[in-house]
Design a protein around this ligand. Structure first.
Ligand code: ASP
Ligand code: MG
Length: 469
């Protein structure tokens, strides 16, 4: 059996956790599995790099020096805690120094130019995963495992040029990854691959978007057609609701790819939004497991299962920090192409549309986007549309949340929507916009932030999600 195991930032955040990860990997190799390891940056490191990259571009040299020192020290400490023997430790320390020196050199050129391009930012970000993976790799070698380290690019992941959120070119990638890794894995060698980072066709470093190590894991899993992908993280799995909102929330034991995709899309932070696609294509089961609770059940994401009628709904998710924009005007009625234009402008400017709803009179389109993009989006829409007849008004509202009810059992089931909105109405929650995915796997609606907790709790109760499957 071949398994891709990905370790997230909190699962490698210090020396003892890295030793824990090494032990998990070793135990499975000893049991006879071939393991391919994918590693995230130590937790918080990617955020720190983003911050210093900006500081460097603004010329705040003192801050940059200080943060780089702290970052270097943290990795040295982690290596010291993770590694027992002197020789591998010294070798790893030298590698860490080399990486830090190169990192500083790049930061130096960013500050000379006073400019941070997406391409340089990706290169800077790559050091987070290179540093963490260097240490995990040394730990594995220390434990007697025949491990070889690769960056995502070296392992064969090729992407387009969309720095910051690059898309893998799956055909070439699959071919190259197989060429690089297949026979090695069959011979029992353990590749240890930096998550999140890849390279474009010219070999320039790219990143797959935040949380991208999950995506690395499933891309590699797809290419090698492995038996399973295990995502090691700090929670037991996907949950029926956010446990901070609903204390009776449970870990979901098994869920289909389609349901999992909806949940991940709707902000369940356990995974990169695209990570399930490569797994789905090859029907490779993805397990979410908790490094802090090895005995936990975890969640298995896999093929569709027969729906048990009492479980029409699997989970209630919430997306916070969203904003609602409504574009309206009688000029839109019967005018083809308005919606396409709106989405086109937002898309070209990399504003992610979370939800869309058009009133059947066609006089209004409501769009939900991340709150951080609100100013940019409203500016763009006003610039393009106002004063041109079609759209009379662009209005917006901050501080709204999207609540999404997800479950394959809703498909074709009559009366689910009415149960949802009755339960919510009973709590006095005002629903602003409603949308149902055409897959019928989710019903989502927009409420004010203040009402969101009430809505989630009411639905969790209505569909008895706290009760064991
Ligand atoms: N280190 C990257 C991030 O924090 C990728 C990952 O952890 O999956 O987004
Ligand atoms: Mg992650």
């Amino acid at each position: 059996m071949t398994i891709v195991m990905k370790f997230g930032g909190t699962s490698v955040s210090d020396g003892s956790r890295i030793r824990g990860a090494v032990k998990i990997i070793k135990d499975h190799i000893d049991l006879g599995s071939n393991v391919v390891v994918v590693v995230s940056a130590l937790n918080g490191v990617t955020d720190t790099i983003l911050e210093i990259a900006e500081q460097a571009a603004s010329g705040n040299q003192d801050t940059v020096d200080e943060v780089v020192r702290t970052l270097a020290k943290r990795h040295r400490n982690v290596a010291e805690e993770a590694l027992f023997d002197r020789e591998p430790l010294e070798r790893t320390m030298r590698k860490i120094e080399e990486l830090i020196a190169e990192f500083k050199r790049v930061l130096g050129s960013v500050s000379i130019l006073n400019e941070l391009s997406a391409r340089s930012q990706d290169y800077l970000l790559s050091f987070g995963e290179k540093l963490s993976t260097t240490i995990v790799h040394a730990g594995l070698v220390d434990a007697g495992i025949n491990a070889v380290m690769f960056t995502g690019g070296e392992a064969g992941i090729v992407t387009d040029d969309h720095f910051g959120e690059a898309a893998p070119l799956m055909k070439v990638t699959a071919h190259r990854v197989r060429e690089k890794l297949s026979s090695m894995v069959e011979e029992g060698v353990t590749p240890v691959i930096t998550g999140y980072i890849a390279a474009n066709q010219d070999g320039i470093t790219t990143t797959l978007g935040r949380g991208g190590s999950d995506y690395t894991a499933t891309i590699i899993g797809h290419a090698l057609d492995v038996d399973a992908v295990w995502i090691w993280t700090d929670v037991d799995g996907l949950m029926t609701a956010d446990p901070q909102i609903e204390p009776s929330a449970r870990t979901i034991k098994s869920i289909s790819y389609a349901e999992g995709m909806e949940l991940v899309y709707f902000g369940v932070k356990a995974m990169h939004p695209k990570a399930l696609e490569p797994a789905l294509e090859k029907e490779i089961p993805v397990f979410i497991k908790n490094t802090f609770n090895l005995g936990g059940i975890g969640t298995c994401i896999g093929k569709d299962q027969p729906v048990i009628s009492k479980n029409v709904v699997k989970a209630v998710a919430i997306i916070r920090d969203t904003a609602l924009i409504t574009v309206g005007g009688a000029g839109m009625i019967g005018t083809p192409g308005v919606a396409a234009k709106v989405f086109g402008i937002l898309g070209e400017n990399h504003i992610n549309i979370l939800m869309i709803s058009q009133s059947s009179s066609e006089a209004n389109i409501s769009i939900i986007i991340p709150k951080g993009d609100l100013d940019k989006a409203v500016n763009l829409l006003e610039l393009v549309f106002l004063g041109k007849g079609m759209i009379r008004e662009v209005s917006f509202e901050e501080d709204v949340c999207v609540v999404a009810v997800v479950g394959a059992g809703m498909r074709g089931a009559v009366g689910v929507a009415s149960r949802i909105f009755k339960a919510v109405a009973k709590e006095g929650v005002n629903v602003r916009v409603i949308a149902q995915g055409s897959s019928e796997l989710n019903v989502s609606f927009v409420v004010s932030r203040d009402d969101s907790v009430k809505a989630v709790r009411a639905l969790h109760k209505e569909f008895k999600l706290g009760v064991q499957e």
